[in-house]
Design a binder for this molecule. Structure first.
Ligand code: NAD
Length: 259
């Protein structure tokens, strides 16, 4: 038997906004495995909500961080260093594109919309990795994950510039994995099937994808946040010790189907 014990380890969770967030399911499973958690929230007004959600996860840290704000990003890691003294796991579960960029014609993508989507949803992993590096070094290594979607490699209606951002995110994952591997820091991605969250609802027609997965995916159903979290636990813990630069599909097998 191989048990997963993250006692004494610390994890930074970004992207929890409510109980449906994929990051919240990951936080819960890491907590159950014994990890101490730090959460970031985008705006002060959602702080109380996240604190309420995470009230049973004693000892957690809550830090404001809009990933477009370099000072806030840096301060998150300074705070984790002073409170925990190390970082073992990092979950990047943040994405955004201006609503006008989703659902219409991709040829109408604006320069500003492109910049915003790529900045928040892809670039942000780079400074996170940079600031995490010394803290993971102190811990003797670490593991980072990002959450992607099949639109990184296939054309998906309405997803538009978010697909571009996911393609960038997956490349960033590989490039970071290459660079940080010698420091025993692993970087991987999970490509999740559609799950009902605030972000998913922002893509017009996204809910139609649910029935498509039920019909076409080998498992004939959609995946849950908890299933994404289980694969996250594998990648973030010693169970995934030999895996880096990988994108794992947690999508009921939808991506292998050719019709
Ligand atoms: P969600 O809306 O719960 O999470 C997205 C998070 O991004 C929110 O917490 C939001 O506050 C945060 N965010 C947006 N802009 C930010 C900024 N500037 N600074 C800091 N945080 C910011 O939705 P989710 O579905 O849990 O999304 C998590 C990740 O999973 C995203 O990367 C998303 O693209 C990805 N994903 C989702 C699905 C799905 O169907 N839900 C499928 C594949 C991948």
């Amino acid at each position: 038997m191989y048990s997963i014990d993250l006692t004494g380890k610390t994890a930074l969770i970004t992207g929890v906004s409510n109980k449906r967030s994929i990051a919240w399911a990951i936080a819960q499973i890491l907590h159950q495995a014994g990890a101490r958690l730090a959460f970031t929230y985008r705006r002060e007004r959602v702080k109380a909500k996240i604190e309420g959600l995470a009230s049973e996860l004693s000892g957690s840290l809550f830090l404001e961080c809009d990933v477009q704000n370099d000072e806030q990003l840096k301060a998150v890691f300074t705070e984790i260093d002073s409170k925990f003294g190390r970082l073992d796991c990092l979950v990047h579960s943040v994405a955004f594109a201006p609503p006008a960029e989703l659902g219409g014609l991709f040829v109408n993508t604006s320069r500003d919309g492109f910049k915003t989507a790529l900045d928040i949803s892809a670039y942000s992993l780079i400074p996170m990795a940079k600031h995490a590096l010394p803290l993971m070094d102190k811990a003797g290594g670490g593991s980072l994950i990002g959450i992607s979607y099949i639109a990184a490699e296939r054309a998906v209606p309405a997803y538009n510039v978010m697909g571009t951002a996911k393609a960038a995110l997956e490349q960033i994952i590989r490039q970071l994995a290459f660079e940080l591997g010698p420091m025993n820091i692993r970087v991987n991605g999970i490509s999740a099937g559609p799950i009902e969250t605030v972000s998913a609802r922002g893509v017009p027609g996204f809910t139609d994808f649910f029935s498509m997965y039920e019909q076409r995916a080998p498992l004939k159903r959609n995946v849950t946040q908890e299933e994404v979290a289980k694969s996250a636990l594998y990648l973030l813990s010693d169970l995934g010790s030999g895996v880096t630069g990988e994108i794992i599909f947690v999508d009921s097998g939808f991506h292998i189907v050719g019709y």
